[in-house]
Design a protein around this ligand. Structure first.
Ligand SMILES: Nc1nc2c(c(=O)[nH]1)N[C@H]1C(S)=C(S)[C@@H](COP(=O)(O)OP(=O)(O)OC[C@H]3O[C@@H](n4cnc5c(=O)[nH]c(N)nc54)[C@H](O)[C@@H]3O)O[C@H]1N2
Ligand SMILES: Nc1nc2c(c(=O)[nH]1)N[C@H]1C(S)=C(S)[C@@H](COP(=O)(O)OP(=O)(O)OC[C@H]3O[C@@H](n4cnc5c(=O)[nH]c(N)nc54)[C@H](O)[C@@H]3O)O[C@H]1N2
Ligand code: SF4
Ligand SMILES: [Mo]
Length: 727
């Protein structure tokens, strides 16, 4: 078992701040005895990010008090990450939206009139019906992120639009899913099917676990460290994960495909790969072998700046532990525009190591049967989705947010006249903010459902205030994981003002749109009970325990699972006829990316352990731990420029966009050709208090992006910056 101390160490600074007494972090043991009497526990699952950790929330005297992991829950195993622990702050956030708002004048001026729900929803319904009759239902697009979006998504499908998109595809994990799909016939899903717990060698390519706090993975990572797993980290920045590594490879940004090809070259030329596995399951191996022959470690050295001996040594290390060698697929992989091919190279490297379907590699996730609610069939849209005309990105597996934005801007393939935005701050999440703003100016209707006055809410015609996750039910989480389970989110406390849950909003709006048939249930409990009953469970049981577990199932090939690959050949495609046919490299190849000119740096960004994207900076508990981001700058570069840690600078990018002031962190932990900052800071929305507005936004500087030709993902690590400061 993992020692708790070990886990805490990884999230170091953050938990220490928590232990020093921020709201919601005190332990029951420190309480005076008498006050424990009126403590109530409610199991639910967290929503500070999308990992869905099972939690137990406590109230004291009817007031929300604290939240911790549910020990029964396979994802949290009784422990939340620092963000989850600070989740109570979402309820207490002083910046919260309190009532529905209607824009007073100009769009984007952030001037509002508070109205009743009935007024707000009637206005929305009226505009939605007008758009439908004038332009067709497809002219309304729905953007969403997270499980809370489910009921509105259902309403949008009933209304008749196919244009439903989330930034978790084209701005996050889309390329990875495509790379693995093309190779194994399946994606790696979320939570990722990575068996980190049992891996003997773990390779992290920019997956900065420990800063990226996806809870289960961080816990398993800590366990792997404890168990002596050999860790190889590839990152231009000495990340928290790098500090745990046996081998750290400070790669030149944008050259990972060269390293991956060279690793595969070593495994094949030194005959270190899993031959029986490749023979049994591989397709097109000869063509693959011929292709990678030229990519020697010596070839890769000048490209990646990783010495050939180190490339060989690390490849041999991976081979030594196979099949329990896991080359982590990453998650936010939209970096350079050739990301689906880089992800495919990662998939192929895993295939050579025989790790797919094997213990310590990628398990086959299990899940419980739970029928969907028996809704009437949705109307068939008159036109195909607008995001990807003529299938120009033939392997796009989901709707592209940025494709819808482009259709909105150009009116092609048809006009998009309304955006309905649920829980996604498109101004921070999509690259090139100016394009988003210009697109929004084309709209007849922009509705935003949020919990705080975010940047995207600032542009809305109508803002709807949602209750936070601790105040509402959402749809059931039927998890795909190594142990199958179903989890419930349920209210712990009431919403403090006139906020409403998404299911209520969706249902009310559907009634006003004449879509009542699609909401035959009267309230959410009736809906949940109906779904659970159909599978022989009860809501009462779930409310009590928070989750129901299914029977254990085999998750590795050698436990009797058949090795199925859902590719056209039914095998692992080392050579991809699908790619060839569509005019792409059938085996990944390396292309040079532009490097920053002298005096310029590549702008890189990532996560801090105590914040999620742009959604937690106003949370009082989490802001207490970190209320500003810093600019990581190589220490010798800083010395040369005469800059010291703490100095304020501004970044200016290749398109002359000047960022907000940010403090320098001069450090040897980053290469001299790039700088790094944590994403999500530098809010500009007027309705947020000063504290939430500190730091600088990376998004503002990401004016350039490289679109992945295979699937339309937006590579965002292609921006260069210089530094400006007052001497
Ligand atoms: N520049 C840059 N862009 C990025 C990234 C990056 O690192 N840098 N990361 C990319 C990645 S990996 C991803 S997954 C996406 C994430 O993109 P998003 O999911 O859009 O992330 P956020 O910016 O946090 O926006 C979330 C919004 O939901 C609101 N919200 C929070 N809780 C609730 C709730 O309970 N109900 C409702 N209705 N609203 C709520 C928040 O206030 C906020 O406005 O961004 C991508 N874009
Ligand atoms: N605390 C916290 N945890 C989170 C989230 C959060 O908001 N907060 N968001 C979650 C989500 S949705 C996602 S998608 C993940 C994202 O997290 P990950 O998928 O782990 O990582 P990325 O954001 O892609 O990458 C950031 C790392 O890549 C390195 N890097 C940059 N360029 C290169 C390069 O060219 N090559 C290599 N090898 N490395 C490079 C950076 O230095 C940094 O360490 O985090 C998840 N976990
Ligand atoms: S990883 Fe952290 S923030 Fe995300 S759901 Fe789990 S506890 Fe909550
Ligand atoms: Mo993401």
């Amino acid at each position: 078992m993992l020692s708790r101390r070990r886990f805490l160490k990884i999230g170091a600074g953050s938990i220490a701040a928590c232990a020093s007494g921020a709201v919601g972090c005190r332990s029951a043991a420190s309480l005076p005895k008498a006050s424990i009497e009126d403590v109530q526990k409610t199991p639910t699952f967290c929503d500070i990010c999308f990992w869905k950790c099972g939690a137990i929330a406590y109230t004291r005297g009817g007031r929300l008090w604290r939240i911790e992991g549910n020990p029964e829950d396979p994802l949290s195993r009784g422990r939340l990450c620092p963000r989850g622990t600070g989740g109570v702050g979402a309820h207490f956030d002083p910046d919260r939206l309190k009532a529905p708002l209607i824009r007073r004048e100009r769009r984007g001026a952030e001037e509002w009139v508070a109205v009743t729900w009935d007024e707000a929803l009637s206005q929305i319904a009226e505009k939605m019906l007008a758009i439908k009759s004038e332009y067709g239902a497809e002219a309304l697009a729905y953007f969403n992120h997270g499980i809370g979006g489910t009921f509105l998504k259902h309403m949008m499908k009933a209304y008749g639009t196919p244009n439903i998109a989330a930034p978790s595809y084209a701005q996050c994990r889309g390329p990875r899913d495509v790379g693995f799909q093309l190779t194994f016939g399946e994606g790696v899903s979320s939570p990722e099917r990575t068996d980190i717990r049992h891996s003997r060698c773990l390779v992290l390519i920019g997956s900065h676990l420990g800063e990226n706090m996806h809870n289960t993975q961080v816990q398993e990572f800590a366990e792997a460290i404890e168990a002596g797993t050999s860790i190889i980290v590839v990152d231009p920045r000495f990340s928290v994960a790098a500090s745990k590594a046996k081998h750290y490879l400070p790669i030149k940004p944008g050259t990972d495909i060269a390293l991956l090809l060279a690793w595969m070259n070593v495994l094949v030329s030194e005959q270190l790969y899993d031959k029986p596995y490749v023979e049994a399951y591989g397709f097109g191996f000869e063509a693959f072998q011929a292709h990678i022959r030229r990519y020697t470690p010596e070839w890769a050295y000048p490209k990646t700046s990783i010495p050939p001996e180190l490339i060989r040594e690390t490849a041999r290390e991976m081979a030594r532990h196979r099949p329990a060698t896991l080359v982590h697929p990453g998650r936010h992989v939209t970096w350079y525009g050739d990301d689906a091919q880089r992800s495919r190279a990662i998939a192929l490297l895993n295939a050579l190591l025989g790790s797919w379907g094997r213990k310590g590699g990628f398990y086959v996730p299990a899940s419980m049967e739970l029928p969907a609610y028996p809704y009437p069939a949705y109307p068939t849209p008159q036109r195909p989705k607008a995001d990807n005309p003529d299938q120009r990105h033939p392997f796009a597996g989901s709707t592209l947010t940025t494709g819808i934005r482009e259709a909105t801007l150009t009116g092609e393939p048809y006009p998009i006249k309304g955006w309905f935005v649920y829980a996604t701050n498109l101004l921070e999440a999509l690259p090139n903010r100016d394009e988003t703003i210009r697109a929004m100016q084309q709209l007849d209707l922009l509705v935003v459902v949020d919990v705080i006055p975010s940047e995207i809410a600032g542009w809305a015609d109508i803002v709807l205030p949602e209750s936070v996750y601790l105040e509402r039910y959402d749809d059931l989480n039927v998890e795909l994981f190594r142990e199958p389970f179903i989890a419930l989110r349920q209210p712990v406390v009431a919403a403090p003002d006139d906020q409403k849950p998404n299911w209520w909003i969706a249902r009310r709006l559907a009634h006003k749109l004449g879509l009542s048939d699609y909401f035959a249930w009267n309230d959410i409990e009736e809906y949940l009970e109906h779904r659970l009953r159909a599978a022989g469970h009860s809501l009462a049981e779930l409310k009590r325990r928070g989750l129901i577990k299914g029977r254990p199932q085999p998750i590795y090939f050698d436990q009797g699972l058949s090795a199925d690959f859902f590719t056209p050949s039914g095998k692992i495609e080392f050579y991809s006829p699908q790619l060839k046919q569509a005019g792409f490299d059938p085996v990944p190849a390396f292309t040079e990316h532009e490097q920053p000119p002298a005096g310029w740096f590549r702008l890189l960004y990532g996560r801090a352990p105590v914040h999620s994207f742009s959604r937690t900076q106003s949370n009082p508990v989490l802001a207490e731990m970190m209320d500003e981001n810093e600019l990581w700058l190589n220490a010798s570069v800083a010395r040369r420029l005469g800059l010291r840690s703490g100095d304020l600078v501004r970044l200016k990018n290749q398109d002359d966009v000047v960022g907000q002031p940010i403090r320098v962190l001069a450090t040897a932990r980053i290469r001299p050709d790039c700088v790094y900052m944590v994403h999500g800071f530098g809010h500009t929305a007027k309705g947020l208090r000063a504290r939430a507005r500190r730091g600088a936004s990376d998004s503002q500087l990401l004016t350039r992006y490289a679109t992945d030709p295979l699937m339309g993902g937006t590579g965002m690590s292609v921006n260069f910056v210089t530094l400006e400061w007052e001497a």
